[in-house]
Design a protein around this ligand. Structure first.
Ligand SMILES: NC(=O)c1ccc[n+]([C@@H]2O[C@H](COP(=O)([O-])OP(=O)(O)OC[C@H]3O[C@@H](n4cnc5c(N)ncnc54)[C@H](OP(=O)(O)O)[C@@H]3O)[C@@H](O)[C@H]2O)c1
Length: 320
């Protein structure tokens, strides 16, 4: 045992050439005294060596203060690293692991939770049995969002410019969740996008930065069932024409309410901070999209309950 309490150490394992400063800065702002170690271009084999060397020197007590953060653009490699290092840990040397590849988990979480929040606020209910279309849902954010919607028992369409890519995402989620809730669709032209959204009550545009996926005219023409439309692309041109980044529940067409990328981004940052805090407080465990969504959903439901009880309180003061 050192004379001083153990210092918090965060070991960043990044699959990219340059470790993202985003999550490092977020961590430092929460724990200014923490030590950050960062490794770049990390493979699963590298990660195993690094983690073994990080597990033992501080003994079992010190291991509780040593955290791993897996990051990077390469979604597949991030998951390989996670699998590898899970296998090399054993009691009492189990470190808490945060996983948020390029913000995809916390962004998807924030997007899904924000649509849930708006749906509750507008009286449309929760996500169960809702029909949801995730446009360009083949990237890390879209796949995660589609999976979260399906885990909430929504029926989900994932679109892509390639039917094969969309179907492969759908099959993977259905297999993992042992359900048949997700379906892939090819959608590239405005008409194909229109077909993909024609039954959707919720649309999440999850395309690459700077790509417009949903023209307003298409939403108007095909979005007859649509109640909520959200976009996570903050770089112009935005994913949904006419939906501003700052939108937070405003109507973008009659009876269609919008949530923009900056609104989702702000909530994402809060969720990420909570995720890091949870991992820092917990001696072990995996802090991934499941925990992130648990945090986000709890916050949304709490806010909704508080609003309802404020309204009930006000009602008491109305004249009979
Ligand atoms: N707000 C935040 O805090 C935050 C954090 C992270 C990410 N983001 C944003 O979230 C979005 C999704 O991130 P991501 O990393 O999952 O995205 P991504 O992998 O770069 O792109 C998502 C999908 O967009 C489709 N796509 C790419 N180029 C296209 C084009 N020219 N035309 C039509 N479709 C195209 C691709 O699908 P197909 O090839 O299958 O068609 C791709 O799988 C991005 O806009 C990103 O900037 C926001």
């Amino acid at each position: 045992m050192p004379e001083q309490p153990f210092k918090k150490v965060f070991i960043f394992l990044d699959t990219d050439k340059h470790a993202s400063p985003f999550d490092i800065l977020t961590t430092i702002d929460i724990f200014p005294d923490a030590l950050i170690l960062k490794y770049e271009n990390v493979t699963a084999e590298d990660a195993e060596k690094i983690v073994y060397d990080g597990m033992f020197p501080r003994g079992p007590e010190g291991a509780k203060h040593t955290k791993i953060f897996i990051n990077g653009r390469d979604f597949k490699r991030v998951n390989e690293i996670l699998e590898k290092i899970r296998k090399c840990m054993f009691p009492p040397f189990e470190l808490a692991i945060i996983v948020d590849p390029k913000g995809a988990y916390t962004t998807a979480t924030a997007a899904v939770a924000k649509t849930l929040e708006l749906s509750l606020e507008k009286g449309f209910g929760n996500l169960e049995n809702k029909t949801v279309t995730v446009l360009a849902g083949t990237g890390p954010v879209g796949q995660t969002a589609a999976r979260l919607y399906a885990s909430e028992k929504a029926n989900v369409i994932v679109t892509s410019r390639s039917l094969q890519r969309a179907s492969s995402v759908a099959t993977k989620i259905n297999e993992k969740l042992e359900c048949e809730r997700v379906r892939g669709m090819e959608a590239q032209t405005p008409e194909e996008i229109g077909k993909a959204i024609e039954n959707a009550e919720i649309i999440l545009s999850a395309g690459a930065a700077g790509v417009q996926l949903l023209p307003l005219k298409t939403l108007k023409e095909y979005g007859k069932n649509c109640k909520i439309v959200a976009d996570i692309n903050a770089i112009p041109p935005l994913g949904v024409e006419g939906l501003k980044s700052e939108a937070n529940g405003e109507e973008i067409l009659p009876n269609i309410f919008g949530i923009g990328a900056l609104t989702i981004g702000k909530f994402k940052n809060k969720i990420e901070a909570q995720l890091i805090k949870r991992a820092a407080e917990g001696p072990k465990g995996i802090f991934d999209y499941k925990i992130a969504y648990e945090i986000a959903k709890k916050s949304v439901l709490k806010k909704f309950e508080e609003k309802k009880s404020r309204e009930a309180e006000l009602e008491k003061h109305w004249l009979p």
